[in-house]
Design a protein around this ligand. Structure first.
Ligand code: UT7
Length: 325
């Protein structure tokens, strides 16, 4: 008997050119480098130019993922973009990306699951592939969060940045007894009773604006540590993998202290954890593919590695995935 696996065929990322340091921000709001670094681990964030839309960021990341895979845009069957900062309320950012990279007509849609968006998009793409419906799906996390921040609110504006990351998922038909590769499992969940902990205070059907980011940082922190580490345990259990066997943990990059607390709960040494928050800040749905690309480019991660991903954000929504590269 044969089964279908969804494999990571190529990864790519894009960061806007403008890197804004904590010291730069301190000229604008009442904050300082020492507070931001010690409370979050953030040293700088990239901020998109006015003319750069989320679909430009997503398309640049997608083109790099396609180049890494050696696959032409004409071979893409579906594009899923995880974002909370779409170009427009509709149509989806995914259709803009489709047009920009020159992909043919096919399935294209956005996923809104805030910082867990990449995991949710991966879940959907994996289902399309494992179900035999598609053989090449682009999964993208891309955000222009800078357009969405209250630059007067020092408790939130220092935390976020812009950027995008993309993964090309490809179907591989293998014998049932072949060693498992690609996506081994995905776990995703949300708790709508916690909507007031992290949200945008606007939207087209309520305020007719996009609103701005609002957060109860301490409560989100507490949930993040608990749900992210639990989600890794769950996906490992469901995939029949021991936590000890995980080579690399690529968590959502919201706060270095959250990442360290999760690693501790999972008994994972920090040497196995990919951290890019110092350079990227929190880029919501883009943070995991950005960190993955960074680790691949630097040669830390490579083919055959077992990688765990996990995130939590507004919703609250969270999730995890296990992938054999
Ligand atoms: O990606 C989605 C998931 N998001 C997260 O996971 C974020 C989770 N939360 C966090 O990362 C942390 O809660 C924050 C980094 C947001 C805040 O850190 P904290 O240690 O929880 O600080 P706090 O909010 O309790 O604030 C402590 C103090 C306050 O001053 P007082 O009341 O103690 O005098 C704040 O006013 O720090 C002050 N403060 C700042 N000071 C300088 C808050 N923001 C700043 C700032 N610069 N930017």
């Amino acid at each position: 008997m044969a089964r279908i696996e969804s494999r990571f065929a190529g990864v790519g990322a894009y960061l806007p050119a403008n890197a804004v340091t904590n010291a730069d921000l301190a000229l604008r709001v009442d904050t300082n480098d020492q507070w931001i670094r010690s409370r979050t681990g953030i040293g700088q964030r990239h901020i998109a130019a006015d003319h750069e839309a989320t679909s430009d960021i997503a398309a640049a990341a997608a083109e790099r993922a396609l180049a890494a895979a050696g696959v032409a845009a004409s071979e893409i069957e579906a594009i899923i973009v995880a974002t909370v900062t779409p170009d427009r309320t509709f149509p989806s950012t995914a259709v803009h990306v489709q047009a920009k990279i020159g992909a043919p007509p096919g399935v294209a849609f956005d996923v809104s699951a805030a910082c867990a968006g990449f995991i949710y998009a991966l879940n959907a793409a994996d289902a399309l592939i494992a179900g035999g419906r598609m053989s090449r799906v682009l999964v993208i996390g891309a955000e222009k969060l800078s357009c969405f921040l209250d630059w007067e609110d020092r408790a939130t504006c220092v935390l976020f940045g812009d950027g995008g990351g993309a993964v090309l998922l490809e179907a591989a038909r293998v014998e049932d007894d072949a060693p498992r590769k690609g996506v081994l499992g995905v776990h995703a969940s949300a708790d709508g009773r916690q909507t007031e902990l992290l949200f945008s205070d606007g939207g087209p059907s309520t305020t007719n604006t996009v609103g701005q980011v609002r957060m109860n940082g301490r409560e989100v922190f507490r949930h993040a540590v608990e749900e992210i580490s639990n989600a890794v345990v769950t996906v490992a259990k469901n995939s029949d993998v021991r936590i000890d066997d995980i080579d690399w943990f690529v968590p959502h990059q919201a706060n270095l202290r959250i990442i360290e607390a999760c690693a501790k709960r999972l008994s994972l040494d920090m040497s196995k954890v990919i951290v890019t928050i110092d350079r990227h800040a929190n880029t919501s749905s883009a943070s995991i593919p950005l960190a993955l690309d960074d680790a691949l480019q630097s040669g830390r991660l490579g083919g055959g590695d077992l990688v765990a991903f996990a995130a939590l954000g507004g919703g609250l929504a969270w999730g995890s995935a296990l992938v054999r590269l």
